[in-house]
Design a protein around this ligand. Sequence first.
Ligand SMILES: C[S@@+](CC[C@H](N)C(=O)[O-])C[C@H]1O[C@@H](n2cnc3c(N)ncnc32)[C@H](O)[C@@H]1O
Length: 418
Amino acid sequence: MLREQKPMAEPVEPSSAVWPAVEISPRAAKKIASGVLWVYSNEVESRDEQPATAYLCRFTRNGRAVAAGYFNKHSLIAGRVLTFGDAPDLDRLVTRRLREAFARRATGVAGDAARLVFSEADLLPGLVLDFYPPDAVLQSGTAGMDLLLPVLEGCVPHLIEEVFGHKLQGLVVRCDAGVRRLEVVDMFSRVCFGDRERLALATVAEHGVRVVADLVGGQKTGFFLDQRDNRLFLGSRVRQMPGARVLDLFCYSGGWGLRALREGAGHVTFVDQNREALHLLEKGLAANAVPPEAAEPVRADVFEFLARDQALYDVVVADPPAFVKSRKNLAQAIKAYQKLNRLAWRRVRPGGLLITCSCSHHLAEGDFLNLLAAAVAREEGLAQIVHRGGQAADHPVLLSMPETAYLKCVGLLKMKPE
Ligand SMILES: C[S@@+](CC[C@H](N)C(=O)[O-])C[C@H]1O[C@@H](n2cnc3c(N)ncnc32)[C@H](O)[C@@H]1O
């Protein structure tokens, strides 16, 4: 249940001397040495018992500090590493991590929205920081990262001002991602400062397109920043097809379709089952001065829509939610992806394009391509791969943690059979 919460009153104890020990297995210590930031519950040999669900800790092997981070006794991923070696001065560590993450993005941020911190890949496990000038959203996905929120709320505004020259007008803390259920921790969303109404209908800029986002209660942190580069690919193709007819499936606030309209598409059909999504889309269409005859928002289940729709499109985009929630349902999810892509492929005219995505990190790119091949093989036409994309560069991947790579986007050209 989503609810409002007051800021946490207790600051985090910054002194390393008191961080309790979690003794880990030799295998876990080896993994940490190779850059894996997770300790599974079955890799813990003993620990100093603590009353709190989550607490800052030192990971030790034979009593010697291997790393420091946080521990959650309810989570399967029980420990996450914030730094290697002994426990740090927390304020200094957080500030340094943020500065380094911001510096890696400093050249790419020019008034557009950007992800400034991407969790494990920026060595701040469980934390996402998205910048929607003039506002920002801090999202904590773990009980352990919640402990750092007071420090983060204190330093993020002035660091953003220092590095990017923007004085934040709003800051939202989001602790409402579904993944938190695995942590057995409260769900809440809180406006730290700024006007709530404005934050719930913020305008997000992406290469000249304006998307309206609810930063307080919308999906993710309000917008799907990870598709930025893939949307540019769509734009480049649409520019070559003036007046194109586009179908944007699972459209949410319309990031793909609005990009297509900006690049000269003649008409976009937007489909999503979520009422709030279509509300944001309507606002986005107005913000981009899209004439009513150029856009048709449809509130429907995509599978039902595709079962009845008879139209052919120049471009179909399918950007569904993650069908693979865990390895256990991989086989079932592959079937759902195949069904979706078969139905979507039928709606692409010969010579047209299907842009299809998966944001399930359990599904490797090779397996996604295999299932697409199997789907197309059962339908008409041949598919040429014209695009293979992933998450935008401000969602970096940590090589030692393949889990940080999750997004696949494939562009398939429907080759004319004759
Ligand atoms: C990954 S998000 C899409 C992001 C969007 N394409 C964008 O670029 O902002 C998935 C969306 O699919 C919608 N959705 C999930 N299942 C659906 C279904 N069966 N039919 C229609 N919409 C669905 C959700 O409401 C959500 O807005």
